[in-house]
Design a protein. Structure first.
Length: 317
């Protein structure tokens, strides 16, 4: 997740204000967009590289409030509404309710399992490279209460003693590892697949294999909805584009939590196409001017350097 969440309700650009490269539905990132802590970018870089080099388990860092993957996890705006909106979008396009759901890289948002179950989804799968789901039961119970407040009927969690019990009660399963974990899901059985600012963290050479694995499990009328950030984690700009490939793709950056694959929107859409998806970009966040220009070796389209955020829908081609 980014250092600070973008304004997801930023107003779209009025038609008469459109400039070259802009289109209706786009929104403009304001000053300080995703800037994070008010520190120089090079301080953030140094601190994160040092922290990443220390032999401390990731969960221990997050227990101290550092290197978190899911910000504002229990904020009301992040509970019922996102899951219900996605399920509703599937129903609109497919003409039937979604039954099964896969979330990629959920981090702590596994806590929404009671909400997904209350909406009639199941089975539910959560694919992540590490287990960052809450172990305390309170977040799951808060999510279940949010579902009740929304008029839904979540599973009864009163008999649950562990997070694993909660997932079982919700018809959910955690898949920990890489794309190979999707082998546990039968082909064509996922109605709705979602991710929130995850795809930008997938290694460049792993993007197409991940999307091909996702295509294998997607139902013929399935829908994938992905939100992608394109800014760096050094202050919400594009400073990461300037680093040499040998450094940026190396182990130090991977351990630091700074890694973004530096793919532009056009390249990610191309990867979806290679994997057998047809895509629609349903919203974009733009910088007023590109904060940097990508080196030619990264293969980005010029417009990619203006796009800081995008929402993508993908369906089997």
């Amino acid at each position: 997740m980014p250092d600070s969440l973008p304004d997801m309700h930023a107003p779209p650009i009025a038609g008469e204000a459109l400039r070259e490269g802009q289109r209706p539905g786009d929104w403009i990132a304001g000053r300080g967009y995703a800037a994070g802590a008010p520190l120089p970018w090079w301080v953030k870089l140094g601190v994160k590289l040092v922290v990443g080099s220390l032999p401390v388990p990731p969960r221990a860092w997050r227990a101290m409030g550092l290197r978190r993957h899911s910000f504002r996890a229990l904020h009301p705006d992040r509970l019922v509404e996102p899951v219900a909106t996605r399920a509703g979008r599937f129903a609109t396009l497919a003409g039937r309710p979604a039954r099964t759901m896969l979330e990629i890289g959920p981090g702590a948002m596994v806590l929404r399992a009671p909400i997904a179950a209350a909406l009639g989804l199941g089975p539910i799968w959560y694919l992540d490279v590490e287990d960052d789901a809450p172990r305390d039961l309170a977040p799951y119970r808060q999510a279940a209460e949010a579902a009740r407040q929304a008029g839904l009927c979540p599973p009864d969690l009163s008999g649950c003693a562990t997070a694993a019990d909660v997932l079982a009660a919700c018809g959910a399963r955690a898949l920990i590892g890489g794309p190979e974990q999707l082998d546990a899901i039968a082909p064509g059985s996922v109605d709705l697949a979602v991710s929130e600012v995850v795809l930008e963290h997938v290694r460049r050479d792993a993007m197409v294999p991940l999307l091909r694995a996702l295509r294998r499990v997607t139902a013929p009328d399935g829908l994938a909805m992905h939100v992608v950030d394109f800014h760096d984690h050094l202050g919400g700009r594009l400073r990461h584009l300037s680093f040499p490939d040998g450094f940026w793709e190396g182990p130090a950056v991977a351990r630091s939590g700074l890694y973004c694959n530096r793919l532009g929107l056009s390249q990610i859409l191309g990867a979806f196409g290679q994997a057998g998806f047809a895509t629609t970009v349903t919203g974009r966040g733009l910088w007023p001017q590109p904060p940097a220009r990508a080196p030619a070796r990264l293969g980005r389209a010029p417009m990619d350097d203006r796009i800081c955020h995008a929402a993508i829908e993908a369906r089997p081609a």
